[in-house]
Design a binder for this molecule. Sequence first.
Ligand code: TRP
Length: 329
Amino acid sequence: MAKKGRVFSGARPTGRQHLGNYLGAIKNYVALQDDYDCVYCIVDLHALTTAEDTRDLRQNTYEMALDWLAAGIRPADSIMFIQSQVPQVTELHLLLSMVTPLGKLTDLPTFKEKVRQQPDNVNYGLVGYPVLMTADIVLYKTDVVPVGVDQAPHIEFAREIVRSFNYRFQTKALIEPQMKNTEVPKVLGIDGKEKMSKSLNNHIELAATPEETRQRVMQMVTDPARIKRTDPGNPDVCNVFSLHKIFSSPEEVAMIDRDCRSAALGCVDCKKLLIKNLNKYFEPFRAKRAEIAQQPDQVWDILHDGAERARALAEQTMQEVREAVQLPV
Ligand code: TRP
């Protein structure tokens, strides 16, 4: 079947993935494979811009790859690889840096945020983060980049770099990528306050056991105004209800919506239903993950094979790029 074009997306190796990662990216990565040529990258070099130490880097890369595979990334159809195993990206990053105004990089809200977060580690690599991201995208002649809204400034920036590069070197070697905004249902962490994230430890891992899932859901904060069992609740402000809307049947969602408001249903029973549905939904994922995990070498083989295919595409682009820049061949 003819595909609609190439999709590229990258994610930093954060180890075992959680519900937020799944709903915000992985689920969409899997679906896009039907219509696009997909390239999915574990951006370990980007991780270095903020990493305090790198002890867990390999393990985190492995665990994330395992989750991607178990969730349904098909290595026969898509390219799944580790960024640092395609060294062309660092070469392109450098060449793109020559057409990237430094002031624009330091003005980006994402950069300013990082400066606030790590004032003692404002390194050169961190400033160049969006340039490396641009290199990721254009190296594979990407048409479409599925990312969340937080990445919109980076994609817009990538488009500017592409235009500057193509104009400066009078080439069409680089393609301006389109952003495809991933519709993310609003799911918060178990605290019911912050976005789900591993660093805040408010997350629920996809690979959690049914018992771990039960414990995490039981800790979830519900409507804070509902104190006594007999108080009516407001599902609209309840993060448990947000998850029901994704993982429970329409009939169950309608029942909860009704019975929470009338206090016929209590939070504990509501959570028990969510636990059941979450565990059912992720049962095939967990089984597949356990099966793949029996042969870790297989995961590394898939990543190496992906890198090889990625390098072939990357080298083609780089030949055009080097020629456009008039580097001697
Ligand atoms: N910056 C992205 C993030 O933090 C990760 C990323 C790196 C990426 N390179 C990319 C995303 C290329 C899309 C395309 O989520």
